[in-house]
Design a binder for this molecule. Sequence first.
Ligand code: SF4
Length: 668
Amino acid sequence: MRYAETGFNLEIDLTRGNIERVETDPRDTELYLGGLGTNAKLLWERVPPEVEPFSPENLLIFSAGLLCGTPATGCNRTIVSTISPQTQLLAFSMMGGFWAPELKYAGYDKVVLRGKSPELVYIWIHNDKVEIRDAAHLRGKGAIETAELIRRELKEPKAQVAAIGLAGENRVYFASIEQGRSSASRGGIGAVMGDKGVKAIVVRGTKDIHLARPAEYIELCTEVLNYIKHREQHPIPGVMPILAGLGSPQEMKVHDEKWHTENFMWGNSRLRRKDFWNDEIAKKWTETLESSRQRLISCYNCPMKCGATLSLPGFPTYMMKCFSKLTYTMAAMSDLEFGLKIAQRATEYGVDAYSTPQVMAFALELYEAGILTDQDMAGLPTDNEERFFWLLDRIVRREGIGDVLADGTYWAARQIGKGAEAFAHNTIKKHEQLPLKLSMLNPIYFLMYSTGEKINITQIEGQFPQAPFPTKAEREEFVKDWIQVPDEKFKHYLLEWEPRGEKSMPFFPTVQMCCEIVDWMEKMHYIDDALGMCAGLSSFPLKPPYHIHNYPKFISAGAGFDMDEEQLTQAVKRYRTLVRAFNIRRGMRRKDDKPPENHWKKRFPELEKELLDTYYTFKGWNREGIPTRECLQELGLDYVVAEFEQRGIPMESDVEPSETAPAKAAPQ
Ligand code: SF4
């Protein structure tokens, strides 16, 4: 008997139309947990570095996390992994909603797609019956529209649908996979789905999931629910609204957007509007949100209601997902109503809400600078908001200049030339980042931005406050009930951390402390991505209900194998290192581990070098950022050692870096 997981993957060869139900090795679950962990193992074994993102040999894996479908609150994430067309590295984007639990109830932990379908198809998984069906009639349809059409066609209103829109069909490098209230957006995984000729994967399942020790598991779930209630009644004082509670309430519940609109950059991530938020704006934005919001909605088995259905005049009703409430608004320097309207169209097209607004604002900046000409932009409307709709339409269709922009700012700038590269200034590992430009180097964020392979800072940060509390009394209050810390020393780091003076950034927390803090934060995200837990209840917020002390109990009682904090830490280190090794095998090196050059105005090259050197050593990597032989062997990754040897990838700890990351300040 397999517990928590089903023990079976669906393997689909799209070229041949072959479908197999494959039993998986339970030992892999103990070593790599599930979700991202076992995805990484499959990709390591079956996708050598010579494989290009749009090659038939590239795999596209949809995985439910290990605990998805169990009664654990908020455990509903689908982890989609493939080679990203944008970064050329491993993409592992997550989506919430209902899809992953449904897949488990149908009897599978993963859907593994390989090859390419000669015609556009969708996959219909209904318990043991799995079909590849014609999707010619869905070509060009929106992602949400597609889901509705398929449900009607199958007469299955409860089927869960993960679909691409036009952007995925046309292999836009920042195309997403949409699932109603949620999406997997980073890394251009929708483009890989489109390249494989798959419009949608539709799931309906009615089987059970077994738990090893159900009574114990339910008790743990009850504790989590009680803690969620406690946190609802005790928001954290002195932090921005999104960090005061759990989940991502800034989406639809919170009207106060002072913090984001004044601290994030507008346009193509260049301009801060420091006094933007005033009473008039607050009133107008509140009215817009209240009048367009139909109802608040949650993902599967979660009380948090982070999302909402929205209805704006002249636009179909749709479900808003993470943070796109602001991204389009701020890129276009417009208002919330515009943002909510264009987000509807973007959701149907299926595009990433971080990259897309920046790409469009980038195009307009190039046009204003004379780098893109009237000829390039023939037909561009004069009205600002209409320009954004016009650009969006062209990008997803890959028409004219849209064909160039559809590759994202990094690749588009290189194709356009004439100085366009200077305008593509907000990428890490070739992928657009949050629109932030700050003053003083933050050593913790420096490490997260540089070494994070998830390519999204909100999927790396959390747990440790983003800034020091101003007074000692506030810090003492914060640490009082900080049960989530893996070690008491983290409380002392926070207590000592001052906004100014000797114990302030960039030299405090010290380099060693920064390494420990970043490692803790990253570890929690990687656990979530293997278990299928929403980061909004675990790795992202302060003082979450899931943490390093109760996760091992959930795994033991749910999946039925022994797990304590040390074993869990080792398992996470194993697949985190495997992700690193996978990207190293694809050519990633130290030179790629750097934030956008103008992310901070005040940079400290020596300190940054020390941070990176120390963090690499802390993680068991050499100075090139390559896991060392000792590290790999200690984690049982001997197969990685063998392949690194064969490929001549240096694992020695004293290897000299080929190029260090330049750390020069750029004009703001
Ligand atoms: S916290 Fe929000 S985003 Fe996370 S599972 Fe619950 S409703 Fe979904």
